[in-house]
Design a protein around this ligand. Structure first.
Ligand code: FES
Length: 65
């Protein structure tokens, strides 16, 4: 699925950028170009970052428990 239609960037590419440490839209844009044009996808990218962070926190809580 395309997250960024302007630059034809898929959800897989954005996920890879986030897993690689991109923690805000600017970092995702630098990593895979998503969000580098009209900006309509920024909200979706922010949502993907938030989802990734929530999942990471849950994993850390499981490890700490
Ligand atoms: S849809 Fe991503 S910059 Fe336009």
């Amino acid at each position: 699925m395309y997250v960024c239609v302007c630059l034809a960037v898929t959800d897989k590419a954005v996920e890879t950028a986030i897993e690689g440490g991109a923690s805000d839209v600017d970092a995702v844009t630098k990593a895979c170009r998503a969000g580098g044009d009209c900006g309509a996808c920024h909200e979706m990218i922010e949502g993907m970052i938030a989802t990734h962070c929530d999942a990471r926190k849950k994993r850390l809580n499981v490890i700490a428990a």
